[in-house]
Design a protein around this ligand. Structure first.
Ligand SMILES: Cc1cc2nc3c(=O)[nH]c(=O)nc-3n(C[C@H](O)[C@H](O)[C@H](O)COP(=O)(O)O)c2cc1C
Length: 389
């Protein structure tokens, strides 16, 4: 799809997520933009996540009364004004050093949608809870140091996080070649290449220079002699199996979602282990490249487990119509990643609010155009089946 070369003059003039992406590219040093925007290897899955949504054709039921559209729902026991919410993304202060997670958490609360905090967030669970009294969840990995996991879970619980999200598609970190080409590390190291890129983004550089160091804020008591990626690699336990998920299920008595599921078999394992939600995801194309688009793996998973547990989907959602398609194909809710990160990078809290607002109004408009007023009425009959190739 070709987009006109248009750079909005203000956040309020951003018409869609693609506009926010262009504004983010303008404001960020290239290495930071590429860290958000990029994926693994040849970025086949990254592109497919988006393009497969476009391939799915919607039809509509004509002459239905669509005067009142209701997008409110419940996701993992939490009320939500819309059928989408904030997906966890590591170190959000990197994308806007002044705003970071706190701005995203505030924007989510203002929009009435749940917020998910990454294990590797650059704000602590306590700081996030202080700005977001609404529904919030915490994403975890089963790290080598299980005591560290237990400790952070206890803190999340005390701060009012009602669900945990276990991410299972990162046994090792994916091969993100844009980062290597840009000399990109977290926190950024000064090399000729990174310095040149940073100098081209003075607004970002000013924010970076005049705010505190960007670190994984929930682990400030841990000594990190090396960079974040080395810390992650040291903590990632490649030997984690479903037995460890059982351990986590016993350790945490709140809601549990398992994020990074691509097959009906694994979805069924989530059900039998007592998870509350199966989260269909390929980490936004940042892990196993040439994995199928998330939306393509959804129908079989929905057939296998729908009704037993909730189904969440992420990957490639850039339009409200994508949300409608995912719900029509069996998801209960959709998580958004880059769509709000582009907003954050483009304009801090106002940018995230704009991103959420754009997707919300697109969901409502798509529902009206399809002749459906309730989320529960978004069903497979809205998906066009081609008789001709
Ligand atoms: C910059 C960035 C950082 C991310 N960090 C995490 C993370 O810390 N934990 C996690 O489970 N997923 C992480 N993700 C994956 C997202 O939660 C989500 O699965 C993905 O972004 C969805 O695809 P989309 O960006 O196309 O919407 C990250 C994604 C991006 C783009």
């Amino acid at each position: 799809m070709s987009q006109p070369a248009y750079l909005p003059s203000s956040i309020a003039r951003a018409r869609n997520i693609a506009d926010l992406r262009r504004m983010a590219r303008e404001r960020l040093p290239r290495m930071v933009f590429d860290y958000i925007d990029g994926g693994a290897d040849d970025e086949v899955t990254l592109a497919r996540n988006v393009s497969r949504f476009r391939d799915i054709e919607l039809v509509w039921e004509a002459l239905k009364d669509v005067d009142k559209i209701d997008t409110s729902t419940t996701i993992m026991g939490a009320p939500s004004a819309s059928p989408f919410f904030i997906s966890p993304t590591a170190t959000s202060r990197l994308f806007h050093p002044r705003a970071g997670e706190l701005a995203v958490a505030r924007a989510a609360h203002a929009a009435g949608v749940p917020y998910t905090c990454s294990t590797l967030a650059s704000a602590s669970v306590e700081e996030i809870a202080a700005v977001n009294p609404g529904p919030k969840w915490f994403q975890v990995y089963v790290w080598r140091d299980r005591e560290l996991v237990k400790e952070v879970l206890a803190r999340a619980k005390a701060a009012g996080f009602s669900a945990i999200i276990l991410t299972v598609d990162v046994p090792v970190v994916g091969n993100r070649e844009r980062d290597g080409a840009n000399d990109f590390t977290v926190p950024p190291k000064v090399t000729w290449r990174t310095a040149t890129q940073a100098l081209a983004a003075p607004g970002y550089l000013w924010d970076l220079a005049t705010t505190s160091e960007i670190r994984p804020a929930n682990f400030t008591h841990i000594r990190m002699n090396t960079g974040l990626i080395d810390f992650i690699n040291a903590q990632f336990d490649r030997a984690v199996t479903w037995d460890d998920v059982r351990w986590l299920r016993e350790t945490w008595d709140g809601k549990l979602a398992i994020k990074g599921i691509a097959t009906p078999e694994d979805a069924q394992r989530c059900v039998s282990i007592g998870a509350d939600a199966v989260w269909v995801s390929n980490h936004g194309g940042r892990q196993l490249d040439t994995a199928p688009a998330s939306i393509d793996t959804l129908p079989a998973i929905a057939d296998a487990v729908a009704g037993k547990v909730e189904i969440i989907l992420d990957g490639g959602v850039r339009r409200g119509s994508d949300v409608v398609k995912a719900l029509a194909l069996g998801a209960n809710a959709v998580a958004i990643g880059r769509a709000y990160l582009y907003g954050l990078a483009a304009g801090g809290e106002a940018g995230v609010r704009r991103a959420l607002d754009i997707i919300d109004s697109e969901v409502r408009r798509t529902m009206a155009l399809c002749g459906r007023t309730q989320l529960s009425a978004l069903s497979r009959d809205l998906i066009f089946r081609r008789a001709l190739p």
